[in-house]
Design a protein around this ligand. Structure first.
Ligand SMILES: NC(=O)C1=CN([C@@H]2O[C@H](COP(=O)(O)OP(=O)(O)OC[C@H]3O[C@@H](n4cnc5c(N)ncnc54)[C@H](O)[C@@H]3O)[C@@H](O)[C@H]2O)C=CC1
Ligand SMILES: O=C(O)C1=N[C@H](C(=O)O)C[C@H](O)C1
Length: 269
């Protein structure tokens, strides 16, 4: 048997799940040892290669995550908040690195990761791409350089199937802008404008979510004052970018102590 790190992918049939499976299969640094779907899904019990419309891979889709995690060195998880919280407990039990791409997690969901990270490595980021993580650093720097004469607005664009807003990336960028300004995002976030909202409050960080078609993910951070605007933009044109980042995190996590990490740690930024 190969001694390459064994990876389990959760949410196997999802947009990211399928991309992650292909990315692990294409890699010469890791091997696919399991795939998980939710109970009742029609992929459960089938060979994942065949379920994806190709040749059999000898890996059967399971709805028993702990059994799968016990065989793995890392779990890559892009599913939904409630599932991710459960998977964190099971990955900790199996001492497997848990890479979390799932967005839309509440503060309570995130708090439940903390005890799990005492036993296993958790890498969590709303966006696994190098470009977005670099953009968070640029956003922080620009926000620190400008005063509140500049209004900060984060605009995100995603496909029609996305279920959470603002996107995880938009929140990362908002956090970075707030950090640059030395304020707490909770105090200044303006997340939903509708009706007679009153004029914009000085110092607020606004969020707008566009949903349509098959847009993979685009994010603008606008700094607008009277007479000029600066717009920092990231555009994802291929989901494989997130999957490659997640696999990189899973491999990086093999050499780390238990704890919570993000992609800036992985990328050394
Ligand atoms: N951090 C990042 O770089 C990125 C994060 N995402 C996030 O990843 C998540 C998934 O996105 P998509 O793949 O587009 O969604 P999707 O809806 O296509 O896939 C989610 C999959 O998870 C499965 N699932 C749900 N509950 C489950 C459970 N209890 N056990 C096993 N499987 C379960 C669903 O059946 C589905 O197959 C979202 O939160 C999204 O925002 C997406 C792209 C990049
Ligand atoms: O749901 C998606 O598709 C994406 N979600 C992530 C987010 O919420 O920021 C990352 C990426 O933009 C795609």
């Amino acid at each position: 048997m190969s001694d390459l790190p064994g990876i389990v992918i959760t949410g196997a049939s999802g947009r990211m799940g399928q991309m992650l499976i292909k990315t692990v299969l294409d890699s010469d640094k890791a091997r696919l040892v399991g795939v998980v779907e939710r109970a009742g899904h029609d992929w459960v019990g089938r060979d994942v290669g065949e379920a994806m419309g190709g040749a059999a891979l000898g890996v059967t889709v399971t709805d028993e995550p702990l059994e799968a995690f016990a065989k793995a060195q890392a779990v890559i998880d892009f599913t939904a908040p409630a599932a991710t919280v459960q998977f964190a407990k099971l990955a900790a039990q199996a001492r497997a690195v848990h890479v979390i791409g799932t967005t839309g997690m509440t503060e309570d969901d995130i708090a439940q990761l903390e005890p799990c990270a005492r036993h296993a490595v958790i890498v969590r980021a709303g966006n696994m791409s190098l470009g977005v993580n670099l953009l968070t650093l640029l956003t922080k720097k620009v926000a620190a350089a400008l005063d509140e004469e500049f209004d900060i607005e984060v605009v995100e664009y995603h496909h029609r199937h996305k279920v959470d807003a603002p996107s995880g990336t938009a929140l990362m960028l908002g956090e970075a802008a707030a950090e640059g300004r030395g304020v707490s995002l909770t105090d200044v976030a303006d997340r939903g404008r509708d009706g007679i909202t009153g004029a914009r409050k000085r110092g607020d960080i606004g969020f707008t979510a566009i949903r349509g078609g098959d847009i993979i993910g685009e994010h603008d951070v606008m700094f607008a004052c009277d007479g000029e605007q600066i717009i920092l933009r990231h555009k994802a044109t291929d989901r494989s970018l997130f999957a490659k980042g997640a696999l990189r995190a899973a491999l990086w996590g093999q050499d780390q102590k238990p704890g919570e990490y993000d992609m800036l740690d992985v990328l050394g930024l």
